[in-house]
Design a protein around this ligand. Sequence first.
Ligand SMILES: *Cc1c(COP(=O)(O)O)cnc(C)c1O
Length: 344
Amino acid sequence: MRALARISTGAIERNAARLAGLGAPLCAVVKSNGYGHGAVQAARAAQRGGAAWLAVATAVEAAELRAAGIDGPLLVLGALAPDELRIALEADADVVAWREAFVDGLPASARVHVKLDTGMGRLGTRDAAEGERVAAAAGSRLVGIMTHFATSDDDPAFMHQQLERFVPWADQFGVMRHAANSAGALGEPAARLDLIRCGIALYGMDPFHRDPAEHGLEPALSLVSYVAEVKRARAGESVGYGRRFIAARDTWIGTIPIGYGDGYRRGLTGVGEVLLDGRRVPLAGTVSMDNITVDLGDEPVERGTEAVLIGAGLLAEDMAAKLGTINYEITCGLTARVPREYVP
Ligand SMILES: *Cc1c(COP(=O)(O)O)cnc(C)c1O
């Protein structure tokens, strides 16, 4: 084993149960390969935990879930080009609409969620009258009315404005209304409405970029590798591309076979940390495509020692902060080269 992502389906199941207990049915968002965790396994675990719905971003993602035998209501959140629409409908997925021409092209068996853009500025119509026309055009195909929050993680006031625009308008249709992502669902009971669409929290990451434990969430993914080589670096000797680490004094250097080709980002050069036998050690030198190097100081470890890159207290949130990004991008960014191992 070179490097692998160990994913606890039990943690996903328990996070789903926690979210499903918030008081509105849970739609488990498993787009982008389940935020890197594996869409099929995440969907199954979420369903065991009580998720009533599943959502993905693309038609192909919907088809992949169905091909794996996953049943139940499934919503494709994204825009659909004509070729993708065919795939989504073949996968028996619900689709999102905000233009009449799109709805007019749908078969009688389609199921439609009309999207109002209340402030995200991305998909959906900003024009309530247009939304009403689209809903009317959908007729008996209308299943839901939805919107999406831009700031539920860091600006509750703007989220409330969006909610105030959405709810009175959505009420007129008498169908399911949904708005909340993970941060909205956890942070604002009034946002939960008839369905909560949770992604990040399902995987035990914190939508507010802090410690997931604050919301009773359990990180599902660990990223592990091992120490493949240990060697002495004498004072003045360098390690890695560009000689960006020069030993200030004699030290031990460990080489761990994981790098940016696996999604361990090069931006962690100089700031990343790794756990070896519970001990935090700093990276030494540049993250390369296939390897990183760590400074072990005066205490070498055995070759073969497990190295934890994410997990056991090293949070994806902390790694994200070091990179100036968000936890979402950390797990989505793990590449196909990293095998996923599933544990209970
Ligand atoms: C991705 C997505 C979600 C889930 O967001 P999280 O912050 O991961 O919970 C919900 N709704 C829509 C429309 C999305 O695109």
